[in-house]
Design a protein around this ligand. Structure first.
Ligand SMILES: NC(=O)c1ccc[n+]([C@@H]2O[C@H](COP(=O)([O-])OP(=O)(O)OC[C@H]3O[C@@H](n4cnc5c(N)ncnc54)[C@H](OP(=O)(O)O)[C@@H]3O)[C@@H](O)[C@H]2O)c1
Length: 347
């Protein structure tokens, strides 16, 4: 029987965005999906994860990660199904995660780098690029290895209802901390308190935000898990103690700045303006790549026990990825932002 003729849709970088990306920064291409060679597998994308870091790859600003080339498929993590295999360890039907990027099909060679297997019994498979995958691992290791919270301490987390932030808050809460979220708008703040069990959540869009944050943290802040930077960081800074720990996970408020703007990272800003001795550093989740399995299992167990709540915003269709990506910067996403790209062939 001949192999089915699979049409691959690929979204590539047409030009580097200036500020917020627009449709003309991307090209939608169609081609026949490739056929696996010896040792290779063909992966069909089921879910594509949309993440803030992708904005950095579209720019040629100096960064820890090399920029995408013009014409290259936009980078991205996916949950995928093996739909053709020349590798006995990965038979057709196997579910994996991979950095396939913004496309419907991709070849991978597990002999070069093993593909993480997705266990549907751990948690719903979409979470393998969400709260049990990279964003969840970021929360887990960033909080415990860099933030080092102690029971009874006050932990503040920004982008609190998002994929990373909501997980940070619930892990800190389960650890015995007092948890204050910072999020955009009353609906997101209510979710953090009513569903995720935070002690309080403050809306940074409210003009009284700095005073409200101070009122929610009467003993100051022991751990500030930084996701956004900008005005939120400025309101947090006076509430820090000499003993505070500040894991700098990201600072999304600056990601659409002009490419020639000189950006100061939150850890550098805090050391320069508040206290050069503060325990703060920017971390990358890949520092703990050898331990990802531990976090995935722990987070999956919490989901099954009902102690880790999460939300997903799922947009249908790969061609809608460029527009959906903007939700991360307008705050229109509620929880992990995903694109549903295709259905399983082998259910
Ligand atoms: N260091 C690492 O290894 C690593 C790994 C993964 C993620 N990250 C970082 O973690 C952070 C959260 O990522 P995520 O995937 O969990 O995204 P997310 O929180 O699910 O989505 C992004 C959220 O950021 C908030 N936001 C956007 N612009 C903002 C602004 N100008 N000021 C304040 N808040 C703003 C919005 O929420 P509101 O509606 O609440 O404003 C938006 O929903 C990002 O900074 C990302 O770069 C770092």
């Amino acid at each position: 029987m001949s192999a089915p003729d699979r049409q691959n849709t690929r979204i590539t970088l047409a030009k580097r965005p200036e500020g917020m990306p627009v449709a003309s920064d991307f090209t939608v291409e169609r081609a026949t999906a490739p056929t696996p060679g010896p040792g290779e597998v063909l992966l069909k994308t089921l879910y594509l994860s949309l993440d803030p870091y992708m904005r950095g790859r579209m720019s040629d600003r100096k960064s820890y990660a090399a920029p995408l080339e013009i014409g290259e498929v936009i980078t991205g993590g996916v949950v995928a199904e093996v739909v053709a295999s020349e590798n006995a360890a990965y038979p057709v039907g196997t579910l994996v995660t991979h950095h396939s990027g913004w496309q419907g099909y991709a070849l991978a060679n597990p002999e070069n780098a093993p593909l993480p297997i997705v266990d549907p019994d751990n948690a719903p498979i979409s979470t393998a690029v969400g709260v049990t995958g990279m964003p969840g691992q970021t929360a887990y290791f960033g909080l415990f290895r860099v933030g080092k919270p102690q029971p009874g301490e006050t932990v503040v987390v920004s982008a609190a209802s998002g994929a990373v932030g909501a997980t940070v808050g619930q892990l800190a809460k389960a650890h015995g901390c007092r948890v204050i979220g910072v999020a955009g708008g009353p609906e997101k703040c209510a979710w953090c308190v009513d569903e995720a069990g935070f002690d309080a959540c403050v809306d940074y869009r409210d003009p009284a935000f700095p005073a409200q944050l101070a009122a929610a943290c009467p003993d100051g802040i022991d751990v500030y898990f930084e996701n956004v930077g900008g005005a939120v960081l400025e309101a947090v800074a006076p509430l820090l103690k000499p003993t505070s720990r500040i894991p700098v996970c990201g600072y999304i408020s600056a990601y659409n700045s002009p490419s020639d703007a000189v950006l100061e990272a939150p850890d550098a800003w805090l050391k320069r303006t508040i206290n050069p001795e503060l325990e703060t550093r920017f971390f990358l989740v890949h520092e703990w790549a050898g331990e990802f399995g531990e976090a995935t299992k722990a987070l999956g167990a919490m989901i099954r026990a009902g102690t880790l709540k999460y939300r997903e915003t799922v947009v249908e269709g790969l061609e809608n990825a460029p527009e959906a990506f903007l939700m991360l910067f307008t705050g229109a996403n509620a929880g992990k932002l995903l694109v549903k790209v295709g259905d399983r062939e082998k259910a």
